[in-house]
Each structure stands twice: as C-alpha cells, then as structure tokens.
Design a protein around this ligand. Structure first.
Ligand code: ADP
Ligand code: ADP
Length: 232
C-alpha cells in the first residue's frame, strides 16, 4: 500500500511576490519504506514535510496520507490523523519545562488507552534506546542540547507511529549519538514503520532506501539505493 501520495502538488506562499515553495511535485511513498529528502536550502524540504505531516494543506494538487486526502479533512480530523499516525522528529523540540525526561516521553500516550504503569514502562524503554536511561528524572534545563533532542526523539516514537517524519534528526549530535539514532530509525523501519528523513548529510541519507532530491520546489530526481540497510 501507499503511506503518502502527492499528486501535482503546488504550495504557494503569498508575501508580496508569490513564491512556489513546491511546484508540481508528484511522489508516492510506499508503506514501510525508508526515504531521505535532500536538496539545497529553500528547495522545499520543510514545506514538503509540513504537508506530509498534515500541518498544512497544498495550494493545488492533492496530498493523501494513510488513505486520507488531507485537504478534505476538518481541522479536527487532521489533528487526529497527525496524533495517531505521525511521529515528528523536528528541530524545535518543545519539551515541557516542568516535566522530567520520562514524563515528557510518556506524554503522548495520555491520549491512548494505556494505564500509567505501562506508559512509564514504555517511556523508560524508549529513553533507554536513545541512551538516556540515567537521565529519566532530569528536567529539560538539566540536559544538554543533544540530550534534549534525544528526549524529543523518544517522545516522537513512544506511540509507535506508522509514519515517522524527521527533519535533520542528527543535526546537533555527536557521531556516536547520531549512530545510535540512525540505528534506532533502522529498527523502526525493520519493524514496518514508514520513515521519511530530511538531511543535508549524505551518510545519513544513505541509510534510507531512496533519496528524493528537491531543487527549486521541484522533484529533481529519485535515487534508488540498492545496498540493503542491514544493521550491525
Ligand atoms: P527548505 O526546507 O528546503 O529550506 P522551505 O520549504 O523552507 O525549503 O522553503 C521553500 C521556499 O518557500 C523558500 O523560498 C522559502 O523562503 C519559502 N517559504 C517557506 N515557508 C514560507 C512561509 N511560511 N512564508 C513565505 N515563504 C515561505
Ligand atoms: P552536549 O555536547 O550533548 O551538548 P554538554 O556539554 O552541553 O553536552 O553537557 C554535558 C553534560 O552536562 C551532560 O551530561 C548534561 O547532562 C550536563 N548538563 C548540561 N547542562 C546542564 C545543566 N544546565 N544542569 C545540569 N547538567 C547539565
């Protein structure tokens, strides 16, 4: 099946002179696939991610996520689709300042039908997988930038979303932490999650199955990577 389908998508920002952030993009992302998005600054990567993440709607064309035409949904339905299907790993981490790392990670599960013990157990497991088990009871301002990013990552993955959208997920991370995060992505991919990762780093993109290259709001080319991504 198809996780995400864009058909002839145009996104125009009207600030005086109109800017076509995306201009006639058609793209199908199969369920369970691992896609990297690359392109120079201003090529439309963030705009594409916002559309796929149901944060925005196209000016023209259609965006279908998990079988739903995003533009045809009410705001409320879009919010629900976002909350149940999509996990965002974006640079702006927005951690709750008065909640511990563990509580932050457990938060998205409040809207799920799981008891408190299970929520904490699941949050602890995710913190362990991002290498922060020993920081579970720290507040965000007691963590480094890289640690906060990992808490945000654990929170994005805690509900086991069908679709994970990551924007420069390893931007501020040291090499070792980056490797851990990319291994975690590979694990989620192996478990059937659809992964879409925006990156400037070729070696990050090469963990994916294909690289979508954007240029000036258009799809320049799709590069299929044949080396299978078997983890260590
Ligand atoms: P990238 O993520 O590849 O850097 P963006 O999707 O952020 O590219 O931007 C694509 C184009 O759209 C750029 O020319 C940018 O200036 C413009 N753009 C993006 N967001 C907005 C906005 N909210 N209002 C006006 N122009 C925008
Ligand atoms: P990074 O290279 O990941 O940004 P830092 O050099 O900022 O890491 O932090 C190193 C260590 O100091 C981390 O273990 C972090 O938990 C701790 N730390 C950073 N900022 C604070 C703070 N405000 N209060 C307590 N501990 C902190």
């Amino acid at each position: 099946g198809t996780a995400v389908a864009l058909e002839n998508v145009r996104k125009t920002y009207q600030l005086g002179e109109p800017v076509h952030a995306l201009d006639g993009v058609s793209l199908e992302i199969p369920r369970g696939s691992y896609t990297a998005i690359m392109g120079p600054s201003g090529s439309g990567k963030s705009t594409l991610m916002n559309l796929v993440g149901c944060l925005d709607t196209p000016t023209e064309g259609t965006v279908v996520v998990d079988g739903e035409d995003v533009a045809a949904l009410t705001d409320r339905e879009r919010t629900t689709l976002r909350g149940t299907t999509v996990g965002f790993v974006f640079q702006t981490f927005n951690l709750m300042p008065r909640l511990t790392a563990l509580e932050n990670v457990a938060l998205p599960q409040l809207f799920q039908d799981v008891d408190r013990g299970t929520r904490r157990e699941r949050a602890r497991d995710l913190l362990e997988r991002v290498g922060l088990a020993d920081r579970a009871d720290h507040l965000p301002n007691e963590l480094s930038g890289g640690q906060r990013q990992r808490v945000a990552l654990a929170r994005a993955l805690v509900n086991d979303p069908a679709l994970v959208l990551a924007d420069e997920p390893s931007g501020n991370l040291d090499t070792e932490t980056e490797a851990d995060i990319l291994d975690l992505f590979a694990e989620f991919h192996d478990a059937g999650t659809t992964m879409i990762v925006v990156t400037h780093e070729r070696h990050v993109a090469e963990r994916a199955e294909r690289i979508v290259h954007l240029l000036d709001g258009t799809l320049e080319r799709i590069e299929e990577l044949d080396g299978s991504d078997e983890g260590a």
